[in-house]
Design a protein around this ligand. Structure first.
Ligand SMILES: [Mn+2]
Length: 170
């Protein structure tokens, strides 16, 4: 099981609460950037985090490639790959890293779609949600033999209606 969050924008306690909930059960916990925290903060012990456009600590990486649950993930904030205008650059970067899953943030809105064989997943924002779903949220992903089971959760860790997906693995 993979936990992905993003765009906490200074809300450190939210990261702490999600980490505490899943640190013993998740294979990996990911933060897709715009934490506005220092890279040296001990909150990052046990979390894989990248640099967002609102992060100014150069000790964060712009991208990360992770392996967990027999999958390889490409992680980035998204602004460097033009996600405001489409996912093709993100998908190309994932292909380049031989990753079948790309996690990104920046848009503050949930997206879960398979494009050209790559699951592109935006977990929404745990602090400043935008768009149709005005709910602070993160995503939980279980990978089965055949499917990606994606569950968006609110900050009480409850499933958000209409944001539960089973997508066929490419
Ligand atoms: Mn942001």
């Amino acid at each position: 099981m993979i936990i992905v969050m993003s765009d906490s924008h200074g809300e450190r306690d939210v990261i702490k609460a999600i980490k505490a909930t899943y640190e013993t059960s998740a294979s990996v916990i990911i933060h897709c950037g715009d934490s506005e925290l220092p890279a040296s903060d001990d909150i990052w012990q046990g979390i894989s985090v990248v640099k967002g456009n609102c992060d100014f600590d150069d000790d964060f990486s712009e991208t990360a490639v992770l392996n967990a649950d027999n999958q390889r993930f490409f992680v980035t904030h998204g602004h460097l790959f033009g996600v405001n205008w489409g996912l093709s650059d993100l998908v190309a970067a994932a292909h380049q890293k031989a990753a079948k899953i790309a996690f990104f943030g920046h848009l503050h809105t949930p997206i879960a779609t398979v494009e050209d064989g790559v699951l592109c997943l935006n977990p929404g924002s745990v602090a400043q949600p935008r768009g149709q779903y005005n709910i602070k949220m993160y995503a939980k992903i279980d990978i089965t033999q055949t499917h990606y089971k994606i569950s968006y959760r609110d900050l009480q860790h409850q499933e958000i209606p209409n944001l539960q997906f089973e997508l066929l693995r490419a």
